[in-house]
Design a protein around this ligand. Structure first.
Ligand code: PMP
Length: 457
């Protein structure tokens, strides 16, 4: 990319001149300049200076099959030539869209066979809010319109998705949480567990849902939404026993269970979906990201029989997006699913690569004075950085320890994500053992450099 290299400074300048970046401090960006990613292949990306970087975040938790798949480019190209666009409004659709829906029904958990299509995880969750309220009206229970989410939950950036989520910083931007949205604490044993065993804490954390339902009145509560593992909140995997309890409580109170599979879906935990990993049966399941491995924007919401039947019979569904079921995105998503299946990426993750990933990270976490906890499951992990792990002293929010560690890792050729004072990893499912070894070496070296900078030995 010699051409690009000479242009990095110019691109940075143009970026600064014209772009408003999501999830970014504009002033800091102005001073630092954006990292410009120009190319990708397998588990690696290249910046515009030609540096090869191991992508420990699969883009934005999404490039499950890795970069550079010509097969998907070919599928997109032929679908564009055949039919670049048609919509699903007003009693129409396309062959590519129907084919994807049928394929999804084959891989989603039993009972989830009807799909609504959108373009992002946020749109999927926003759609859920509207369609669930409509569902309860058609059931003759219009007062069921309250939603419960969790602190540190992430469900997207639209108004309804931010309200479902529990990110205080997002809720502070521009708009308060919408009325009708409530939250319970996150099931993070390391932070909130005290002297309880993980199993005891799981019961306590799940009981917080029942307390909230009772407080609001079960007759008013429409749905509870949760990620199988809280991703953007810092990779918080619940202790054993949490999910079965949550499901039991939702069923008991006839509260719909929405399991947000936007990160955990499509093999991340070594099952097709996180709900299968935790053995729960959602009523509603939003998915995005890994659905197309990020090659094109697309999301879908799976509904169970009870809800889809009511939606079918509930009159005109006055909801949808121009690009709901976009044929090119659908064709690419189906080809992506074919690749995940053909290359056995789900069993490979479960049996081979995730156990290796976790073993290697656990060795680092156990040995390193900066790491208090390794959490996550499958190919999703976070290391909690601690000021003093023995006395369990956390860094102050004003101490940018994870950002410093992330920047060090980037210089050494690895993309991490910093969440609070935790280092998050979510590599492509195609990552090899050799690449995991490289990831581990850079992780250890970056932790060493950060520990030194913060005077921790
Ligand atoms: N749900 C979850 C669990 C997510 O992680 C995300 C994105 N990180 C979303 C929803 C929102 O997806 P999008 O950014 O595509 O709107």
């Amino acid at each position: 990319m010699p051409d690009l290299q000479t242009r990095t400074a110019e691109l940075r300048q143009l970026d600064d001149q014209y772009n408003i970046h999501p999830f970014c401090d504009g002033k800091e960006l102005h001073e630092r300049g954006a990292t410009i990613i120009a190319k990708g292949s397998g588990s690696y990306v290249w910046d515009s200076d030609g540096n090869r970087i191991l992508d420990g975040m699969a883009g934005l938790w999404c490039v499950n099959i890795g970069y550079g798949r010509d097969e998907l480019a070919d599928v997109a190209s032929s679908q564009m030539r055949e039919l670049p666009f048609y919509n699903m409004f007003f009693q129409s659709t396309t062959p590519a869209q129907i084919s994807l829906a049928k394929r999804l029904a084959e891989i989603t958990p039993e009972g989830l066979n009807h799909f609504f299509f959108a373009n992002s995880g946020s749109e999927a969750n926003d759609s859920i809010v509207r369609l669930v309220v409509h569902f309860w009206k058609t059931e003759g229970q219009p007062e069921k319109r309250l939603f419960i989410g969790r602190n540190l939950g992430y469900h997207g950036s639209t108004l309804a998705a931010v309200s479902l989520g529990g990110m205080k910083a997002m809720q502070a931007l521009g708009h308060e949480v919408l009325p009708d949205f409530h939250h319970i604490p996150e099931p993070h044993h390391y932070v909130r567990g005290g002297d309880l065993s993980p199993e005891e804490f799981a019961k306590k954390a799940a009981a917080e849902l029942e307390t909230k339902i009772v407080e609001l009145g079960a007759k008013n509560v429409a749905a509870f939404i949760a990620e199988p593992i809280q991703g953007a909140g810092g990779v918080i995997d619940p202790p054993p026993g949490y999910w079965p309890e949550i499901q039991r409580i939702c069923r008991k109170h006839d509260v719909l269970l929405v399991v947000d599979e936007v990160i955990c879906g499509f093999g991340r935990l070594g099952e097709w979906f996180g709900s299968q990993y935790y053995d729960v049966t959602p009523d509603i399941m939003p998915m995005a990201k890994g659905l197309s491995s990020g090659y094109l924007p697309i999301s879908a919401v799976a509904f169970n029989e009870r809800i889809s039947e009511a939606l079918r019979m509930g009159g005109t569904l006055t909801h949808g997006f121009t690009y709901s079921g976009h044929p090119v995105s659908c064709a690419v998503a189906e080809a992506n699913i074919d690749i995940i299946e053909r290359e056995n990426l789900v069993p490979r993750t479960r049996e081979e690569i995730a156990p290796y990933f976790r073993k290697v990270l656990q060795q680092i976490a156990d040995a390193h004075p900066l790491v208090g906890e390794l959490r996550g499951q499958g190919l999703l992990a976070a290391m909690q950085l601690m000021k003093d792990r023995d006395s369990k002293t956390f860094f102050e929010p004003s101490e940018p320890v994870a950002i410093d560690c992330r920047e060090t890792a980037l210089q050494k050729g690895l993309i991490f994500r910093a969440v609070g004072s935790a280092m998050v990893l979510c590599p492509p499912l195609v990552i090899t053992r050799q690449e995991i070894d490289e990831l581990a070496d850079i992780t250890a070296a970056s932790l060493d450099a950060t520990a030194k900078a913060y005077g921790i030995a």
